[in-house]
Design a protein around this ligand. Structure first.
Ligand code: NAG
Ligand code: NAG
Ligand code: NAG
Ligand code: NAG
Length: 303
């Protein structure tokens, strides 16, 4: 499979050519939830809160590692832990994607002297769905098709606000198979299966709506990164990726929230880097390294 090939290349750290998209990139604007957040709370000027303080990965998360791998870029991280695409459709109290984009438009976009981004030097990453599915799947009909359709229509309406503000380069991450993490396993087989079907439904609709949206817009570059396939491969083949367990967690790490790599704790199977999951729901930093490299490989393949 083509995708699998890309992921293997990424895992090996081989990058045949850095296409002009990455070469041109000076800014990464990240929107999302706890997988991406580095601690901004979602209110006020996000540019004043860009010190990574709070991460769910027990080390640098995928967005920070993506930024590091692109060398001279600046990450402006607007992701907020716990966020959904649209809290009127799937409730979560933290500022949602719509609110994060409003903050971008109010505080970041109109000030070229603060952030000198242009349509050609900025990548916008959008990573929602985990909380949307987690907070809703127990109460949906079937796999939640109707709810996730509304939620993703709002998602692309919000993306369009970024487009209107001048954004042209987008990376959309889909939802990891967290039904196979402890939060899913602990639900029992019936709810775990419903969670799985709901994640697959969300991801399938994300793929088709991204294609439709991007095809309708002039001068846009879009990529959907298949984090679901990446984490499926990692968990299926965890030893070959350097992990000691596909879904195990260690409480000494699970309880911690910083953005620097935690020291090894002797009560665990090894350092944090041998765990795919930092806790029952959140990937740990070593899995995020594969995520960041996968994103680099996929963007590098865009001409
Ligand atoms: C990357 O940028 C450098 C300097 O601006 C340029 O010389 C090089 O050709 C670019 N590479 C690609 C693949 O676009
Ligand atoms: C970043 O720098 C490294 C080392 O110089 C280089 O191999 C890599 O291709 C660069 N990445 C990008 C995206 O330019
Ligand atoms: C997942 O959703 C449930 C509500 O069904 C909520 O109680 C729980 O806190 C959520 N888990 C996380 C990690 O957000
Ligand atoms: C829900 O998803 C599962 C897994 O993809 C699938 O087997 C099932 O048919 C779906 N159910 C409905 C009602 O669409």
């Amino acid at each position: 499979m083509h995708l699998r090939g890309l992921l293997l290349l990424a895992a090996l750290g081989i990058s045949s050519s850095i296409a002009s998209v990455l070469n041109d990139t000076k800014f990464i604007f990240a929107f999302g939830d706890s997988y991406t957040s580095e601690g901004w709370g979602g209110t006020g000027d996000p540019l004043l809160s860009q010190n990574p303080t709070s991460c769910s990965s027990a080390g640098p998360n995928w967005a920070r590692q993506f930024n590091t791998l692109t060398n001279n870029t600046r990450l402006v991280n607007l992701a907020v832990s716990g966020a959904t695409s649209n809290k009127d459709i799937v409730f979560a109290s933290p500022p949602d994607f719509r609110s994060q984009v409003t903050s971008f438009i109010n505080f970041v976009a109109p000030f070229p002297d603060k952030v000198a981004w242009t349509k050609d030097n900025a990548i916008f990453t959008v990573s929602f769905g985990t909380n949307d599915v987690n907070n809703s799947y127990k109460n949906t009909v079937g796999n939640g098709t109707s709810l996730y359709s509304q939620d993703l229509d709002s998602y692309f309406a919000t993306v369009d606000k970024l487009y209107t503000a001048g954004a042209r380069r987008f990376l959309f991450n889909n939802v990891v198979p967290f039904d196979r993490a402890q939060i899913g396993i602990s639900q029992g087989t019936t709810l775990q299966a419903k969670l799985k079907g709901s994640i697959l439904d969300f991801n399938a609709q994300l793929a088709t709506k991204a294609e439709t949206y991007c095809a309708s817009k002039a001068g846009i570059t879009c990529a959907v990164f298949d984090t679901h396939a990446l984490f499926t491969n990692i968990m299926d083949d965890f030893r070959n990726f350097g992990f000691a367990t596909p879904d195990g967690v260690c409480s000494a790490y699970a309880s911690r929230g910083g953005c620097t790599v935690l020291p090894a704790d002797s009560s665990c199977l090894g350092p944090v880097s041998v765990y795919v999951w930092k806790d029952g729901l959140h990937p740990a930093w070593a899995a995020d390294t594969l995520w960041a490299k996968g994103v680099i490989a996929q963007i590098s393949a865009i001409n």
